[in-house]
Design a binder for this molecule. Structure first.
Ligand code: NAD
Length: 227
């Protein structure tokens, strides 16, 4: 039995809200309060949280630091994740220079490209390496995730290279659909089946703009999610 993707997205939203409450030294919240701040129903909040356990006391709501800690544990944000950036053009450089990721234990440990003009440069203290070095680097640095910022027609190959090197997940920014089935086959012989499954998350800001265009034209269809 799976958990809806929308639930996981909302957990990230709830976590952000809890961080805001904590920053304002507010120590208690409720499903009604979280729902209002997240723009969903209180039933939705309770349902989302119920997938992972019981975090509050009936009628008493939630203790902000405790719920925050539990959501971080659920989301895997209480451990360090080693990340490589593949494609160090405009977006890759912007991402590598963005300091916010390390707040969540996402550590950029390696930067990769194929362009000889880019390879060898230093970005935020890290050298840009050639893709040929990726497999050895991933093994040596226990890399968990790849951040993919290559042009769309190179995305599948680069994703395959990441998968073949053994990363568990890829955040793909290229506006192209990565074929996960092909990635599964890319694992090396000595790794287990579990390790073969590579999770791909596609981030497509143009898709967001298309949804926005639709909802601006059809505001009456912009209903609150109740998945
Ligand atoms: P870019 O052309 O500036 O950079 C792409 C980089 O990828 C180059 O340095 C290139 O040498 C490298 N590259 C090409 N093939 C590679 C491979 N096989 N392995 C490793 N590196 C490789 O492009 P960009 O503007 O940074 O965009 C990167 C991707 O992100 C594109 O798919 C783009 O559509 C998408 N995107 C860009 C933006 C943006 O604002 N720039 C926003 C959202 C999505």
């Amino acid at each position: 039995t799976g958990i809806p993707t929308a639930t996981i997205s909302r957990l990230v939203t709830y976590l952000r809200i809890l961080e805001g409450l904590e920053a304002h030294e507010i120590s208690r919240t409720s499903s009604n309060d979280l729902a209002e701040r997240a723009g969903v129903t209180a039933f939705q909040v309770r349902k989302d949280l119920a997938y992972f356990g019981r975090f509050g006391t009936r009628g008493m709501g939630y203790t902000v630091p405790i719920l925050k800690r539990e959501l971080m544990r659920v989301l895997g944000l209480n451990q360090t994740w080693n990340v490589v950036v593949v494609g160090m053009g405009r977006l890759g450089q912007a991402i590598a220079n963005y300091p916010g990721a390390s707040d969540y234990q996402f550590q950029y440990v390696g930067l990769f490209d194929v362009n000889p003009d880019v390879v060898g440069r230093t970005v935020r203290g890290l050298p840009v390496r050639h893709m040929d070095e990726l497999p050895e680097f991933v093994r040596g640095h226990k890399v968990d995730m790849g951040f993919l910022a290559v042009p769309p027609d190179h995305a599948q190959d680069a994703a395959q290279a990441l998968a073949g090197a053994g990363v568990r997940g890829i955040l793909n920014f290229a506006p192209t659909v990565i074929q996960p089935r092909m990635l599964e086959r890319a694992g090396q012989q000595e790794i287990s089946d579990e390790w073969r499954a590579v999770i791909v998350e596609n981030v497509d800001f143009l898709a967001g703009m298309k949804r926005l265009a639709f909802y601006i034209l059809n505001p009456h269809l912009n209903a609150v999610d109740t998945e």
